[in-house]
Design a protein around this ligand. Sequence first.
Ligand SMILES: [Fe+2]
Length: 396
Amino acid sequence: MAIETIPLTLPPSADASKFVDFGREVKGLNPGNFTPEEFKELEKLLYKHDALLFRDVDLSPEQQYALTKAFDPTSENYGHGNNKTGGTKKSILHPDLKTIPHVPQVQLIGNGTVYNHEGLAEAKLKHPHHKTFHKTHISDADEEKGATRFYRWHIDAALYDLNPPKVTTLYGLNVPGGPHQVCRYDDGTGDELEVPLGTTAFVSGRTMFELLPPELKSLAVRSKVKYAPHPYIWMSPSHAMPTGLGIETEGLELPLNELPAWEESKVMVLPILWKNPVTSELHFQVHPCAISELYVDPLPEGANKEGALYPDGTHITDLGAVRGLVYKMQRPAIDPKFVYPHDWREKDLVIFHNRGVLHTVVGAFTPDQVRAFHQCNLAASDRPIGPSAEDVKKWA
Ligand SMILES: [Fe+2]
């Protein structure tokens, strides 16, 4: 059977011109059992379209692990290291994950209590709620009327010691129905986005770069971000912005000497732009909550200095300044018209290019709305590739 691809159904809020290449539904391929030739085609499709959807899939945790590993055959451990349920209690990710005992690379995530699930007698799950993370909150009255927020825009990555996973697979086993909610930005713009209950929202890192004016493209192509050591523990006392796109600068991060033991050699310094292995395009890939410093290279020889930011290069260590610059570059791409909020159905499998998109949990469930998903990603065998010398010449 030939592999067939169908464009995803976009919400009325979406600017279709920015989604020409983004996302495809795939038919004619069993993601639990495929030939090497089929996989080659699948891999190309993923890097070209950044998110692939399969409907009505039956997929065991073993099959999901095998599928995820196929994109990076020498990777073995979950993106944050295996068995996250046991240790690192202080990390803000701890309450969101339950490890599947017989396939520790696959995590159970969702909401409500799940019984006798893949060797877990009773798993209490909690859909992350913005009240536990954002500085300001939606009032209970507004929440009852269906107002909600983006929880946290991110890349799936430990961002310390372990390389960012290439892909994430998300498989919906139990998807509670309910009315749409309205995701509010609450940043003074009045922006809001109607979303299906419990959507996963995606934006393209390629679009994020494309939208930038020339001086910020030049800055992005010359910049590297330094992430905090143990970033999810470091940020644990702090609060996020109302858009979920980074942290408010209140000085609440844990001091570096209060973190678990860490070494400089494991701290991640990564380019802002990551090169797509199939299209060679550049994706703006920064996890805004975890950033701590910015390194900017000088303009290459012969480049026009007029209007350029930091033409001689710089190293910015002021946390507020780093966050401000990155926010300015990322915020345009989460405009409602550039967001794809996936409308989950039971037995949906989504594979996304974790080095090419940002995503976030959205919405709020009541405790009786039981949601169960399997998620898998693997700490990669290599680092993302940054811009080439030609890219710098072209955009700087
Ligand atoms: Fe995620």
